[in-house]
Design a protein around this ligand. Structure first.
Ligand SMILES: *[C@@H]1O[C@H](CO)[C@@H](O)[C@H](O)[C@H]1NC(C)=O
Ligand SMILES: *[C@@H]1O[C@H](CO)[C@@H](O)[C@H](O)[C@H]1NC(C)=O
Ligand SMILES: *[C@@H]1O[C@H](CO)[C@@H](O)[C@H](O)[C@H]1NC(C)=O
Ligand SMILES: *[C@@H]1O[C@H](CO)[C@@H](O)[C@H](O)[C@H]1NC(C)=O
Ligand SMILES: *[C@@H]1O[C@H](CO)[C@@H](O)[C@H](O)[C@H]1NC(C)=O
Ligand SMILES: *[C@@H]1O[C@H](CO)[C@@H](O)[C@H](O)[C@H]1NC(C)=O
Length: 322
């Protein structure tokens, strides 16, 4: 019951529903840099000509669609409301927390299944130039939702995903969800928004760091669960990671009477937001590459280095990508 009440209150608060749209575009552009040529060419047919083969440009469609009468059923697919109590306890259970009508975890699973058939249709020459709308929607949703599930407050039911948690950021009265959707990453990048059309230098530098295995968690570990055959299980594991941050950082601070932009909260959140965005991009690309390869061993999908300076010596990237 609690989940449903929180979902309804989330529904009423349409201002902040996702990483901001430009951040979604950027996650898509980052993912594009990891796609194989064959994935890129197959996806171009799924997507249709208006996007020029760019999942980045298509990545924000799902927000606009959710706010139309026709697409309102998909609004709740952008998050999963955990019934936990951060920072004291954090947990996410599919049966308890995924609302009737769907959540971000079920939506990733569903659209992955649909996209698998679409990719087969492209390979058989049945689907070209975005002619099947179910398929173009599936790719646009998947691109968007793999981004959403990485935002900590899209995997947390507390205060309707933070929408009801008032805070101050840079002398603006806002709420915590909006802070995580946009304010933190904008401040980190030193700008007021990203391009909707092409990858920004800030995001390019994250791509370089992914390739150099230069994050607090080894990149190989991000890919522990990317299996087109078990999309629900993997999406749930990604949601649980996001949910975990609500205990480990998002709600584990004192905010009242402080401005989150200048109190140290934003600075402390930069590495978390950078990590989560980077994970989303690499996971999305890897999932799409694997869907297109559909079991074929195609060798290296992307060029990743393993950082041998790490203390925690991750698995070789080769093991992960073949
Ligand atoms: C909050 O974070 C601090 C250090 O950052 C840690 O000592 C503390 O255990 C955390 N509290 C919870 C509830 O996770
Ligand atoms: C799966 O997606 C299709 C179309 O995209 C939609 O009609 C259906 O309701 C979805 N099912 C679930 C369980 O999300
Ligand atoms: C579009 O693709 C979906 C998923 O592969 C398929 O079920 C559907 O029949 C296709 N529609 C048309 C008109 O071909
Ligand atoms: C949060 O801010 C909104 C809008 O400014 C206001 O209506 C609401 O009462 C505030 N909530 C709390 C708990 O202070
Ligand atoms: C913060 O906003 C208040 C009210 O809008 C204003 O009076 C104050 O000068 C602002 N402070 C800064 C540092 O911008
Ligand atoms: C700020 O939060 C602390 C602990 O959460 C609480 O004890 C205190 O009363 C709050 N102060 C205000 C002004 O709300």
């Amino acid at each position: 019951m609690l989940c449903r009440i929180l979902s309804v209150s989330s529904l009423l608060l349409t201002a902040a529903t996702a990483w901001n749209t430009d951040v979604h575009n950027q996650i898509g552009f980052m993912a594009e840099t990891f796609l194989t040529p064959s994935t890129t060419s197959v996806l171009q047919h799924v997507l249709g000509p208006q996007y020029s083969g760019s999942i980045g440009r298509a990545a924000d469609w799902a927000d606009a669609y959710a706010h139309t009468a026709e697409g309102s059923f998909s609004y709740q697919w952008h998050w999963i409301d955990s019934a936990d109590e951060p920072p004291t306890s954090c947990n996410l259970c599919y049966d308890r927390d995924c609302s009737k009508g769907g959540c971000v975890v079920s939506a990733i699973a569903n659209q992955t299944e649909i996209l698998r058939d679409c990719i087969a249709d492209v390979k058989h020459g049945i689907l070209t130039d975005g002619s099947n709308i179910t398929c173009s929607y599936a790719l646009k949703w998947l691109t968007h939702f793999v981004g959403d599930v990485s935002q900590p407050l899209h995997a947390s039911g507390t205060a309707a995903g933070g929408n009801l948690f008032n805070v101050t950021f840079n002398n603006i009265s806002t709420e915590l969800h909006a802070v995580w959707d946009g304010y933190i990453i904008y401040r980190d990048a030193g700008l007021s928004q990203f391009s909707h059309q092409s990858i920004s230098p800030f995001m390019s530098s994250l791509v370089s760091r992914i390739k150099a295995d230069d994050f607090s968690q080894p990149t190989a570990e991000w890919l522990a669960c990317i299996d087109p055959a078990t999309p629900r299980k993997c999406a749930l594991s990604w949601a649980r990671e996001s949910n975990r941050w609500t205990c480990d950082y998002v709600y584990n601070q004192t905010y009242n009477d402080t401005d989150l932009a200048t109190s140290g909260y934003a600075e402390g959140a930069y590495p978390i937001v950078e990590l989560q965005i980077s994970k989303a991009a690499l996971r999305l690309a890897t999932l799409l590459n694997r869907l297109v390869a559909s079991g074929c061993k195609t060798g290296h999908e992307v060029v990743l280095q393993t950082n041998h300076n790490r203390q925690d010596s991750p698995k070789e990237a080769d093991d992960v990508f073949t």
